[in-house]
Design a protein around this ligand. Structure first.
Ligand code: 5GP
Ligand code: MN
Length: 338
């Protein structure tokens, strides 16, 4: 971690501050875990810190200590806007372009506060006074742990914080199996267990919370799986009617895209999910090896992310989106097959 950034943050935190902490839209375990852990840390230091999420998040994250006090911008917009206007410092965690904060983008742009970005996605924007950006990191939670260590605060990590940080690491590493998982990641996780993270409970709460409807939806997704062997590619589509038939709730499709990658030889897996309310097809991209889904999502579907995990969207119909996607594969034949 850059010592100049640390020094700036130390200076900014020297006196009690009004602080807002923001995750990306549709926050996942890493986004919520890092925000809530940082909130606990800053509150213990005497700051007034509040987490504002752009929208709701899945029920399997609602056990996280402190999540009841987080504001949902969609539901409490007036209060959230007042806090953003009043803030002296705004931490943006687990994203690196303000557009990733959905409806919060405009109020964030108008805010007078200094911004601190802590994030592990590629190609960061330049809106922050302090940009802590490292795409080699497993998770934003590992970076928040490093930040706290840099501020000599490790002994302030209580069990609530440890649980939040561990949950984020587990989420973004796919339970320590994705390639950004390092020996350091395991050491951080081990230290978090020593500081009170209940590792088995966390895994159960995040991954073993299926409902019958979600399993039905998984069945539907797997029936819709298309394998394009000549491109080592597999994709799944879920239409709004299919989601409705299985009483879709936020978070229910989490992890579905990964099934494509479990097929032998498949290097590129995609899921297309219709969202009629927003008038978009939300797309998740995953890859194995060097094929950059970050670049693919950025170039063709207005998105981005990491080398092996990225997202994007299309404003076309499902049919047109899939046809466009298939038409692109020829250009990537070599990268996908060599
Ligand atoms: P997911 O497919 O699970 O939604 O996202 C995979 C990764 O890509 C996550 O790290 C997420 O933050 C990032 N991501 C998802 N959608 C977008 C997007 O529209 N734009 C950018 N820049 N990143 C995204
Ligand atoms: Mn993350």
């Amino acid at each position: 971690m850059n010592s100049k950034d640390l020094k700036t943050i130390r200076e900014l935190l020297r006196v009690g501050r009004k602080i807002v902490i923001v995750p990306h839209k549709n926050p996942d375990g890493d986004a919520m875990g890092s925000c809530l852990a940082l909130k606990h840390y800053l509150t213990a230091l005497g700051h007034q810190a509040v987490v504002i999420t752009p929208n709701d998040y899945p029920r399997f994250l609602k056990w996280m200590p402190g999540n009841q006090e987080a504001l949902n911008f969609e539901k409490e917009e007036e209060k959230a806007r007042a806090l953003l206007e009043d803030a002296e410092l705004i931490f943006t965690l687990d994203f690196n372009h303000l557009s990733r904060s959905g409806a919060m983008e405009a109020p964030l742009r108008e805010a007078r506060a200094s911004f601190i970005m802590v994030d592990h996605h590629r190609e960061p924007g330049d809106y922050a006074l302090v940009t802590m950006s490292d795409s080699s990191m497993s998770s934003t939670c590992e970076m928040v742990y490093n930040l706290i260590e840099g501020l000599d605060g490790l002994d302030n990590i209580d069990p609530d914080m440890a649980n939040c940080l561990y949950a984020g690491i587990v989420t973004d590493t796919g339970s320590f199996k994705f390639s950004a998982t390092t020996s350091r990641t395991h050491r951080v996780a081990a230290d978090l267990i020593d500081r009170g993270a209940k590792n088995t409970e966390i895994h159960n709460k995040i991954f073993d919370t299926n409902t019958p409807e979600r399993l039905q939806l998984l069945g539907c997704a797997l029936r819709n799986l298309i394998i394009l062997k000549e491109f080592n590619t597999a994709y799944i589509s879920l239409r709004q009617e299919e989601l409705d038939a299985c009483h879709y709730k936020k978070g229910d499709t989490e992890g579905f895209v990964n099934y494509g990658l479990t097929l032998e030889g498949i290097r590129f897996a995609v899921i297309f999910i219709e969202n009629r309310d927003e008038g978009i097809i939300k797309i998740s991209f995953r890859s194995e090896g060097n094929f950059s889904v970050n670049e693919f999502a950025r170039t063709h579907f207005g998105g981005g992310g990491h080398l092996n995990a990225a997202g994007g969207r299309s404003h076309d119909s499902m049919e047109a989106t899939i046809a466009h996607f298939e038409s692109l594969l020829g250009t990537y034949r070599e990268a996908l097959t060599k």
